[in-house]
Design a protein around this ligand. Structure first.
Ligand SMILES: [Zn+2]
Length: 138
């Protein structure tokens, strides 16, 4: 439970703006008193990934719910990363997860979802390469 202004914040869904991209149905915590909006801590990581790739795509609008909800609860559990976790491990487990989901998407012949996952894998891959470069240059 999150608190703000001494009142508990309300869990809801809202539209957030990342550069020029509107991201709909993002789980947020909303303070009824001062109208502060926080991204729900469970999906912060996923939000960041989606926002990044939507921005890279120059997408004007994306739907967070469409992107995440079909992946179910496992994803929510998986995207809770601890601060002291190695970012390389995090990227690796995200890649593994996306690959699992991709083979599932193929099984159920959901081509739209496959595209989303492929884009995401591309992004995760470049993130991994960046981490690798950073590591070798130290
Ligand atoms: Zn407040």
């Amino acid at each position: 439970m999150s608190f703000c202004c001494g009142a508990s914040m309300i869990g809801t869904k809202g539209t957030l703006k990342h550069f020029r991209t509107h991201i709909h149905n993002v789980p947020i915590m909303f303070c009824p008193v001062c109208h502060r909006v926080d991204i729900h801590y469970l999906i912060e990581n996923e939000y960041e990934i989606l926002a990044e790739y939507a921005h890279g795509d120059c997408a004007a609008e994306v739907d967070f719910q469409e992107y995440v909800e079909q992946e179910g609860k496992a994803l929510l559990e998986n995207c809770v990363n601890h601060e002291n976790e190695d970012p390389m491990d995090v990227v690796h487990s995200q890649i593994d997860m996306a690959l699992d989901l991709l083979s599932f998407a193929k099984q159920i012949e959901d081509t739209e979802w496959q595209l989303v996952l492929k884009k995401r894998l591309g992004m995760l891959n470049s993130r991994r390469n960046k981490l690798r470069q950073r590591r070798t240059s130290v």
